[in-house]
Write a protein of this length. Sequence first.
Length: 287
Amino acid sequence: MRPRRAVIQEEGSLGTSLDLAYSSIHEVMTLGPQSVHFDGETARSSVRLRRGIGNGWDVESEASVLFGSSGFLDAFIEGFHEFFGFPDAGRPLLERNQYRMRLRYHGQRVYDLVEDEYGFGDVPVIFTKQLQAESDQGPGVALRFGLEFPTGSAERGFGNGELDFGLGTLFESSAGRWTVTGALDFIAPGRPEAFEHAGLSLDSVYSVQAGLEFRWSDSLSLLTQLAYVSPYTQDYPMEEFSSEMIDFALGCAWQRKSTILHFAILEDLEARQGPDFGIQMGASWGF
């Protein structure tokens, strides 16, 4: 479930967004027949459409393309983590700018993202209903639910090959130049065929997001966000694939008429599972 406001798209209007997320991950560990080897960088570009359908509802979907490579950011990230005191996930111990995205369980390969190839990701369709508009009596509240269809190749690592379901609640409250946003989501991912064959479970996931916006001027906003995601499985014997994720983001958004440009830097505060550094940028119209 992507972060969003608890404001619904106006009936009959269309919002469009183009986004690019570039992430680096370094999680490498072997324990007997189990091995986690996630070392590389991924680029995910997407186009998102949101349509207001009336009676306080809107619907959105996005198409994405994923690309994995050895990248070029290792030296920069090592210096960035050292300067700010963030955990380095053992980066200095291995050669820089290498690539392998592979997960093994009981000696069986359960995930592998191909290198230097483009692929379409899974496609989500999400419906959002505004339960309460923000007012002096209380915050804005909305409910959302959606399905993610398995359009990405599971064999090449671009999807999980199964149907996913998500349900969540959005909150929003403003005071002067400040706006606080929040989200609580439940996600039930489909269990990939490779996980099932290897006997590896895939648990339901809970996500909590909290954001803060300060409107510096009529056109410029400063943004920050903290997100927690519960573990995807309890079966895996290593924390590199059985831990929660805590991500922190710091960015800005600039609006010119109907166009909004945004940029953010993301840092994994745990550095135990998932990308430990990322950059996001994009542009949106009509939101």
